[in-house]
Design a protein around this ligand. Structure first.
Ligand code: GLU
Length: 473
């Protein structure tokens, strides 16, 4: 039997969830679910200088909001430093890593010199020449140090990536990577490899920007005597002009997309298609459908364009097709933000059902539906229409009829339209425009019976009368 599939999402919390990180999390989640495996959350927070208050809580709540549940974790690397230090010691003992006492200032001067000579700004290996005794002496003196990985100077490393296939890196491109920093915390590389091993990760699925770290990681696995997991590096995310996707939070934060009124369902569906293609040309997939369809084999090498227009289009599809109650529930907060009261749930549902045909973001809903909450204002052109003799007679007739009607059904509205048409000898635009203007503030708008139904009799009559007064209260 194959061992259980175990994958992880290993973010370094920055305070917000980048859409690229959401894709990494999603593909790991899908792969785990597809293969009845485990999806693990590991917080890679060993860089103390990047600590952001509340970042982890925010990350977890955003994952919950889009439905990415994990089976294990969160593990925190900042709570596991002793484990990494132990392994760093083992590496030193076998000569696979060494203490380096060069100060940041010395390193910077040497780096500048290397660049002037046209060389790569890599560590020159100076402390590798220290004897064990010298190193021990300096440690005893309390000199500050880091621990570096000893990387071969020649030859190349070849490995297989599930997406990139055969990958070759010459060792002279690889630096003697710092494994433990002078504050005693591990770097990403050491902690990542140790944890992937200890947490029995079978597949590492992450962004392409980590591909160049693989040689160091494989060297660590080898030196620690461990078997490396399989790797899959996901294609870069690009702007429509093919430049690398921005890191500006406002453009790429999952939280901000949700706040604008992109539905979680849309975001998941959209992000799933950034670099993975299902068989066939279907584009709309729910999360369970994605689980069924997902495979690492269908991930492409080519960069994936993040097209915000397509995201909005897809959100429009979800707004129109998801269950009305769900949309209504999700839209509530946007009405509350504007201070628009929702008193009658049934009418609110009708309102949302009307609005969802016309917007592509939930946040556009109260803007589109504003006239249901605030009486219309009229401009000069509107007044010209409203003050025509026939319009006035029409509005008076309607105010009167609505006022005295016991209840107003769609049939009664149809009858009233026919009656007014005959009585006043008007039809088409002359009939509909003044009514819509009075009730809705524009000659184009919802079906009159829907409009009157949602506004209610009293408000409809008020609006007709206000229009008769030329818009004055
Ligand atoms: N901590 C890394 C990040 O922030 C994890 C990369 C990996 O998955 O190995 O993305």
């Amino acid at each position: 039997m194959n061992p259980e599939i175990r994958v992880r999402f290993a973010p370094s919390p920055t305070g917000y969830l980048h859409v690229g990180s959401l894709r990494t999390a999603l593909y790991n989640f899908l792969y785990a679910r597809r293969n009845s495996g485990k999806f693990i959350l590991r917080i890679e927070d060993t860089d103390q200088s990047r600590f952001v208050e509340g970042a982890v809580e925010n990350l977890i709540s955003t994952m919950q909001a889009v439905g990415l549940e994990y089976e294990e974790g969160p593990y925190f690397q900042s709570q596991r430093t002793e484990i990494y230090q132990d392994y760093a010691r083992q590496l030193i003992e076998k000569g696979a890593a060494y203490h380096c006492f060069c100060t940041p200032e010395e390193l910077e001067i040497r780096r500048q010199e290397q660049i002037e000579r046209g060389e790569d700004g890599k560590y020159d290996g100076r402390c590798l020449l220290l004897s064990r005794e010298e190193a021990a002496h300096r440690l005893q003196q309390g000199d500050a140090y880091v621990i570096r990985l000893r990387v071969p100077r020649e030859g190349e490393i070849i490995f297989h990536d599930l997406v990139r296939e055969k990958v070759v890196f010459p060792w002279d491109m690889v630096d003697d990577q710092v494994l433990i920093k002078s504050d005693g915390y591990p770097t990403y590389h050491l902690a990542n490899v140790v944890d992937d091993h200890l947490m029995q990760i079978t597949h590492v699925i992450r962004g392409e920007e980590w591909l160049s770290s693989v040689p160091k990681h494989l060297l660590l696995y080898q030196q620690l005597g461990w078997h490396p997991p399989k790797m899959a590096h996901l294609p870069l995310l690009l702007n429509p002009d093919k430049s690398k996707l921005s890191k500006r939070q406002g453009d790429v934060a999952v939280e901000d997309f949700l706040k604008k009124g992109i539905l979680p369902e849309t975001l998941i569906n959209f992000v799933a298609l950034l670099g993975w293609h299902p068989a066939g040309d279907r584009e709309i997939f729910s999360l369970p459908e994605l689980v069924n369809a997902f495979s690492l084999k269908r991930i492409s090498k080519a960069g994936a364009v993040f097209d915000q227009d397509k995201l909005k289009w897809m959100n429009g599809q979800y707004l129109r097709n998801l269950n009305l109650n769900i949309i209504a529930e999700r839209a509530k907060v946007f009405f509350q933000e504007k201070g628009y009261p929702i008193n009658d749930h049934e009418k609110y549902l009708k309102l949302i059902d009307f609005g969802r045909q016309r917007v592509s973001l939930l946040s556009e809903m109260p803007v589109e539906l504003k006239t249901f909450f605030l009486p219309p204002e009229f401009g000069a052109e509107d007044r010209l229409i409203l003050q025509q003799e026939k319009s006035r007679r029409l509005l008076e007739l309607w105010a009167d009829k609505l006022n005295s009607a016991r209840q107003i059904t769609a049939e009664e509205i149809t009858t009233l339209l026919q009656e007014s048409s005959q009585l006043l000898e008007i039809r088409g635009k002359d009939l509909y425009s003044p009514l819509r203007l009075a009730l809705w503030g524009s000659c184009h708008g919802p079906d009159l019976s829907l409009l009157i139904d949602i506004l209610g009799r009293e408000e409809s009559v008020n609006r007709l009368q206000k229009a008769l007064r030329g818009g004055k209260e």
